[in-house]
Design a binder for this molecule. Structure first.
Ligand SMILES: [Zn+2]
Length: 169
């Protein structure tokens, strides 16, 4: 697993999770995720959609030929402007949740991304359950709390400005 980001908060959260998670899971996750990196801006879809996720586990294609096939590696992408709205504790929860997705994906094997997308909300609950089993229960619950009480309201208030900026670029 390559850690390709200069963001201190992201690196601190990654190292905290790696230190605290069980050995067998750490080995599996470090093997499964090829690279973890951070993007400085939001991802958009369509004309007025902004991805609200602070991080995600995605397929990593090694070449154009692989796109459309079910053989791919795995990458974690952190969206910094959203990640930074969370406290350090919640940031640990975010990374633990993504690593839990990765551990689960490593067991699903070929086509893990399509399999997981087709049962999205069940996989979300499962990732939390795995992270909680690893000992990140308090971090996950801080994460959910902040998502509803502080992060979503701040983010929604920013959306019109973000959309104006992205449409002007
Ligand atoms: Zn998730």
């Amino acid at each position: 697993m390559f850690i390709k980001t200069r963001s201190g908060p992201v690196k601190r959260a990654i190292f905290t999770v790696l230190q605290r998670m069980p050995d067998h899971a750490r080995r599996r996750v470090q093997e499964f995720i090829s690279v973890i990196w951070a993007q400085r801006d939001y991802s958009t879809f369509g004309l007025d959609g902004i991805d609200r996720a602070s991080a995600g586990l995605f397929p990593l294609y090694n070449n154009l030929k692989e796109i459309g096939e079910k053989e791919y590696a795995a990458q974690v992408i952190v969206t910094l402007p959203i990640f930074h709205l969370f406290s350090p504790r919640a940031q640990v929860g975010i990374i633990a949740h993504e690593f839990a997705h990765a551990e689960r994906a490593s067991r699903l094997g070929s086509g893990w991304h399509e399999q997981m997308q087709s049962r999205y909300s069940a996989e979300e609950k499962l990732a939390d359950a795995i992270a909680i089993r690893w000992g990140f229960g308090a971090d996950i619950s801080v994460l959910h709390n902040e998502r509803h009480t502080t992060v979503n309201p701040i983010f929604e208030a920013r959306v019109p400005k973000i959309m104006r900026r992205l449409n002007e670029e």
